[in-house]
Design a protein. Structure first.
Length: 211
């Protein structure tokens, strides 16, 4: 797999993090004014992005290795990245989610986490990734843990590519307290890419080494 260093997705990822910055991070990375002046949006985003990158110590540290497998995850648009991370968390909590019996439990998961998580649980996918301890959790704890575990695992998966990649990807996600990752980096990356192939098969087809 290789992403051209001057391809539009990687250029935006490296140089314009403001375009995909999660709204919950605006307090930490405030824009230069309430909105871009008419006709000045591109310059406004360059200024704002420069401030963000400087604050994170990344202004002179772009992602330069287009062969990193982590890019397949990090370059996802924000909403699809968040969905994939939720499914990673669901895979980790699969031992409990597959034990859902009562209609009330199914409705609780559907309301809190959506049909994608329910489909993954019912399909019995990624059983080897499931955390044994999660099998004994109350359903409410499981529902609360899915997103946090998915995010922590994805962060662990991305760290092998260095802060240049991991910190930029994190800007796309809601601000949240850090949670300990349940897997070491190699296992986290393997799971993240397996879930990505399941969740985003068309996207993954653009990365031949992962197809």
């Amino acid at each position: 797999m290789s992403v051209a260093l001057f391809s539009a997705p990687l250029l935006e990822f490296n140089q314009l993090p403001s375009r995909t910055l999660h709204p919950s991070r605006h307090a930490e990375h405030a824009p230069p004014g309430a909105r871009a002046p008419a006709g000045m949006e591109a310059a406004w985003h360059r200024l704002w992005s420069g401030q963000i990158l400087a604050r994170l110590g990344l202004a002179e540290r772009p992602v330069l290795d287009g062969t990193r497998p982590e890019l397949a995850l990090a370059l996802l648009p924000p909403e699809r990245l968040a969905r994939t991370l939720r499914l990673i968390g669901a895979a980790l909590c699969g031992a409990r989610l597959r034990r859902m019996i009562a209609g009330a439990e199914v409705r609780e998961v559907m309301a809190a986490l959506g049909p994608d998580v329910l489909e993954l649980a019912r399909g019995g996918r990624f059983t080897q990734a499931a955390l044994a301890e999660a099998g004994t959790w109350p359903l409410a704890q499981t529902v609360q843990s899915v997103d946090a575990l998915g995010r922590a695992t994805a962060w662990q998966a991305l760290t092998g590519a260095g802060p240049e990649l991991a910190l930029r990807a994190e800007l796309k996600l809601p601000a949240a307290a850090a949670v300990a990752a349940p897997l070491a980096a190699p296992a986290a990356l393997a799971l993240a890419l397996d879930v990505l192939k399941y969740a985003e098969p068309t996207w993954v087809s653009s990365f031949p080494a992962l197809a």
